[in-house]
Write a protein that binds this ligand. Structure first.
Ligand SMILES: Nc1nc2c(ncn2[C@@H]2O[C@H](COP(=O)(O)OP(=O)(O)OP(=O)(O)O)[C@@H](O)[C@H]2O)c(=O)[nH]1
Ligand SMILES: [Mg+2]
Length: 257
C-alpha cells in the first residue's frame, strides 16, 4: 500500500525488454491484512511512518551501493506526459560516448518507455508497478540487480508520472529532478509543493510551445522558488534541444559534488 495515497503496489515486476519479467520485492510494508481505517487515524499515521522509515533505510542502502560504484543517480519525476522519456532519449544521444548511461523506467504497465530507451542503444530495465503510483527504494534495488550498471555510470530513474506520491519516496538518488511542461500551467509548484520542495532542479519543458500557450516562465520560476528557495530552474525543449546544454552542465556539476 502506498503510504501517501493508499493505493496498492504489491506485485511490481522488473523487466529487461526481450527477457522474461522477474517478480519485484514483496511489499510486506509491516502491515496486517485488514484495511487500516477501522482503527482510526492514529494507526494510519503510524503505518505511514513505518512504511516511509523502512523505505528511507532501503534508500540509504541504495545510496551506499551506488556511491561505492561511483554511480550518480537522478530521479526524474513529473506529471504524465511532461516529457521525461523524450528528454532522456535526447540526453542519451547527446551524452553518448562521454560516460556510460543506464536507465530504470517506472510505469504502471507496459514496456513502452524501456523499449524507447533501448532503441537508443542504452541499457534499460522497466519496473511495472501495477496499481502502485510511484517507485520505491526496494523496487529500484531489484532493478539495479537486473541492470548491473558498470562503475561510474550515469543512472537515470524515470519515476511513474505523478506529481504527488513519488515526492515521499527516496530512492537513494543523488538528486530529484522535477519536469513541468508549459502546457500544465505555472501554478503547479504551488498546487504540488512537496514534489517541488524535494527537487534539486526544475526543468520547464516544451518551451517550443510557449508562443501557443498562456504560460509565464517567470511566474512558474517564482512559484517554484516560493516552495523551494534554492531550487535550480532551467527552461528546455526536449524536442528542439533548446536549453539542454544547461541541463548537461547541471548534471556535470551535480555529479562532481
Ligand atoms: N512540443 C514538445 N513536445 C514534447 C516535448 N517533450 C516531449 N514532448 C511530447 O510530449 C509527449 C509525452 O512525452 P513523453 O516523453 O512520453 O512524456 P513522459 O513524461 O515520459 O510520459 P509518461 O512516461 O507517460 O509519464 C510526446 O508526444 C512527446 O513528443 C517538448 O519539448 N516539446
Ligand atoms: Mg515516459
Amino acid at each position: 500500500m502506498c503510504a501517501t495515497c493508499g493505493c496498492g503496489d504489491d506485485g511490481a515486476t522488473v523487466t529487461i525488454a526481450g527477457e522474461p519479467p522477474v517478480p519485484g520485492h514483496h511489499h510486506d510494508h509491516d502491515h496486517h491484512d485488514h484495511p487500516h481505517s477501522h482503527d482510526g487515524q492514529r494507526e494510519t499515521v503510524s503505518l505511514e511512518q513505518r512504511v516511509l522509515a523502512k523505505n528511507d533505510r532501503l534508500a540509504q542502502q541504495n545510496r551506499d551501493w551506488l556511491a561505492h560504484r561511483d554511480i550518480a543517480a537522478f530521479n526524474l519525476t513529473s506529471s504524465p506526459g511532461a516529457g521525461k522519456t523524450t528528454l532522456l532519449e535526447r540526453t542519451i544521444g547527446d551524452l553518448r560516448g562521454r560516460t556510460p548511461i543506464a536507465v530504470i523506467e517506472g510505469d504502471q504497465e507496459t514496456l513502452l518507455d524501456a523499449e524507447r530507451i533501448q532503441a537508443t542503444g542504452c541499457r534499460a530495465v522497466q519496473i511495472n508497478t501495477g496499481p502502485g503510483c510511484h517507485l520505491d527504494a526496494a523496487m529500484v534495488r531489484t532493478a539495479l540487480d537486473a541492470l548491473g550498471p558498470e562503475p561510474a555510470t550515469l543512472l537515470f530513474i524515470e519515476n511513474v508520472g505523478n506529481l504527488v506520491c513519488p515526492a515521499m519516496f527516496d530512492l537513494g538518488e543523488r538528486a530529484m529532478v522535477v519536469i513541468i511542461s508549459v502546457t500544465e500551467g505555472a501554478d503547479k509548484p504551488l498546487k504540488y509543493p512537496h514534489m517541488f520542495a524535494a527537487a534539486k532542479l526544475v526543468l520547464i519543458n516544451k518551451v517550443d510551445l510557449l508562443p501557443y500557450v498562456d504560460f509565464d516562465l517567470d511566474v512558474c520560476t517564482a512559484n517554484a522558488r516560493s516552495v523551494n528557495p534554492r531550487v535550480d530552474v532551467l527552461p528546455v525543449s526536449a524536442t528542439t534541444g533548446q536549453g539542454v546544454a544547461f541541463w548537461y552542465q547541471w548534471i556535470d556539476d551535480t555529479v562532481k559534488v
